[in-house]
Design a protein around this ligand. Sequence first.
Ligand SMILES: Nc1nc2c(c(=O)[nH]1)N[C@H]1C(S)=C(S)[C@@H](COP(=O)(O)O)O[C@H]1N2
Ligand SMILES: [Mo]
Length: 255
Amino acid sequence: MSDERTRRRFLRRLLAAGGAALLGGCDQLSTTTWVPAALGSAEALNRRLQRLITPRRAMAQEFGPADLSPTFRSNGTANPDDAGYQALAANGFADYRLEVGGLVAQPAAFSLAELRALPSRTQITRHDCVEGWSAIGKWTGAKLGALLERVQPKPEARYVVFYCADPMDEAGTKYYESIDMDDAWHPQTILAYELNDAPLPIANGAPIRLRVERQLGYKMAKYVMRIELVADFAAIGGGNGGYWEDQGYEWYAGI
Ligand SMILES: Nc1nc2c(c(=O)[nH]1)N[C@H]1C(S)=C(S)[C@@H](COP(=O)(O)O)O[C@H]1N2
Ligand SMILES: [Mo]
């Protein structure tokens, strides 16, 4: 056999073996239940590939104090145009209550003091916005997992939905977002109340904003007023799991 034929046969075998290994991985993953039927097949494939490459429980990169951006810019809403929110802000958020309900055994409402009393985490991470900018900030907040332990999700709960204070259009459609239970229980997923060792500024989502560090910026809901656990989000907003998702962004924004 010529060298060239030997080489081609070797390449074919290598490709066949690699392809089979990849398919094997995808097959295994597709038997799990978390891929929502509503997702387009291309996006579902993206998610499966992402999970092959990076295990869901892997940590996002963390940085040191020397890496902090001089300022952490504000993007999207910088001050919600909402009377209820403005009244809360005028009183230093003393009357703020984070309502948590839906598919939970123990619905509850948390004051800021109660959120600050939950197990917390501080992390210096990089925020990546799809609009093409990044910033490194230091975030402190209650671990979402600790809050979930308090309200006890029912077994049928598959997503956590975050309802925000800020209207996005003339009709008053408010910002909202959702994540799955893998991201909800992830140790770096926090309800942040501090940025760079100071109370979270209004421009960055006061009094509470989500940090879900393995995802793009638009998943990190600011001005969170209410949390709901659901089995699916087809009946919420435009049915795509978030304000920007309803405008065409992907629901799964893993980085
Ligand atoms: N409620 C709410 N959350 C939001 C937004 C928003 O406009 N409203 N913008 C999103 C986008 S696109 C980004 S990049 C980040 C910006 O966060 P920052 O203002 O702290 O920079 O918040 C996200 N969460
Ligand atoms: Mo963004």
